[in-house]
Design a protein around this ligand. Structure first.
Ligand SMILES: Cc1cc2nc3c(=O)[nH]c(=O)nc-3n(C[C@H](O)[C@H](O)[C@H](O)COP(=O)(O)O)c2cc1C
Length: 322
């Protein structure tokens, strides 16, 4: 029989009422069959790193911690976000550990968590921390952040009340337990799948390609009356409106993508041409287009679409009699 994994869990918070600790405790009680040992870093009395102190030897609590790290199979680390970065408290512990061995995470999988009262849940700093964890020797890193903490976690029962959040956390936990990183879609594939769905007229899949909290700019970054095509759309409900507007204005004769590529961490750029017949005038609106997409959680979070707006205006002018 496969041996149960030993998992060490700790937070980077020195707050006695830490919400990150509550998140960790909720995971420990949710997985009673797993061997998850909570370590309270507050009890490790560690000075702020200084070369001067190090000259007199690495502090004993750090040596103990290092040994505990060596004896575990996996980690759960909950990191509070302070001004877009990990807390100084966590960073200090890490700095000390790295003085014994920079690869102190020893080729082990890590579930990186963060919780915050804000909607993003401290996700921003996890991107940075994930890269650093790999530098510190992690085998692979999964992330989970719980935003809007007060609404999403029942503080009495210490359970996450939002089902979608539970599903995400479960996926990340299973990856750590089974030592199999979650297969993630490449950013380019997210956009390519969206195009395929659009071209096949699969509206459900088109809508599913967008992040619930998405932001769309159709040509002009300004507010718009509901039925106006160009302007800003927010959230999934308005994504529907965006495609309704396209469908009510045009019969699409041709829509071609010529190029698609990843352009940095989360950005995908695509361009091509289209030919729309304007229903109101029967004229053709032909244009080149450029699309920029920012991808988050394998969904399109930000979408900017640019086309020839002069040709758009022209195609809507009624035919004039010569
Ligand atoms: C100095 C400071 C900076 C903070 N910066 C952020 C931040 O950048 N993003 C965020 O989501 N929350 C931020 N917060 C709010 C924390 O998410 C919140 O205090 C949370 O409770 C910290 O986790 P803990 O309770 O586990 O210590 C900040 C809090 C402090 C004290």
């Amino acid at each position: 029989m496969e041996q149960m994994k030993r998992i060490i869990a700790f937070t980077g918070s020195n707050n006695p009422n830490s919400i990150n600790e509550k998140l960790v405790q909720s995971i420990i009680s949710k997985y009673p069959d797993q061997s998850i040992k909570f370590i309270d870093l507050k009890r490790f009395d560690v000075p702020i790193y200084s070369q001067n102190i190090e000259q007199h030897g690495i502090p004993k609590p750090i040596k103990i911690l290092f040994q505990l790290f060596a004896e575990t199979d996996a980690f759960i680390i909950a990191s509070p976000e302070h001004n877009g970065l990990p807390s100084a408290f966590l960073k200090n512990t890490i700095d000390w550990l790295s003085r014994i061995n920079q690869k102190f995470l020893n080729e082990k999988p890590i579930l990186l968590l963060s919780a915050s009262p804000g909607p993003a849940g401290g996700k921003t700093h996890l991107q940075i921390l994930e890269k650093l964890m790999l530098q510190w020797g992690a085998l692979f890193v999964e992330q989970y952040s719980l935003g809007s903490f007060d609404q999403n976690l029942d503080k009495v029962g210490l359970v996450i009340t939002n089902q979608q959040e539970n599903i995400k956390l479960e996926k990340a936990m299973q990856a750590i337990i089974n030592e199999q990183p979650i297969k993630k879609k490449q950013h380019v594939d997210v956009v390519q799948d969206y195009f395929n769905a659009f071209q096949n007229g699969n509206m459900e899949q088109v809508l599913n390609s967008f992040h619930p909290d998405c932001y769309i700019v159709s040509v002009k970054e300004e507010e718009r009356p509901k039925e106006q095509l160009h302007g800003i759309y927010r959230t999934k409900d308005e994504v529907k409106q965006f495609f309704n507007n396209i469908n009510s204005l045009f019969n699409t004769k041709d829509f071609t993508m010529e190029h698609i590529s990843s352009a940095g961490d989360n950005l995908v750029i695509a361009n091509g041409t289209f030919s729309h017949e304007v229903k109101a005038t029967g004229k053709l609106f032909n244009s080149a287009w450029v699309q920029l997409c920012v991808i988050e959680d394998e969904k399109i979070k930000e979408y900017r679409f640019y086309e020839d707006s002069a040709a758009f205006v022209e195609a809507f002018k009624p035919h004039t009699l010569n």
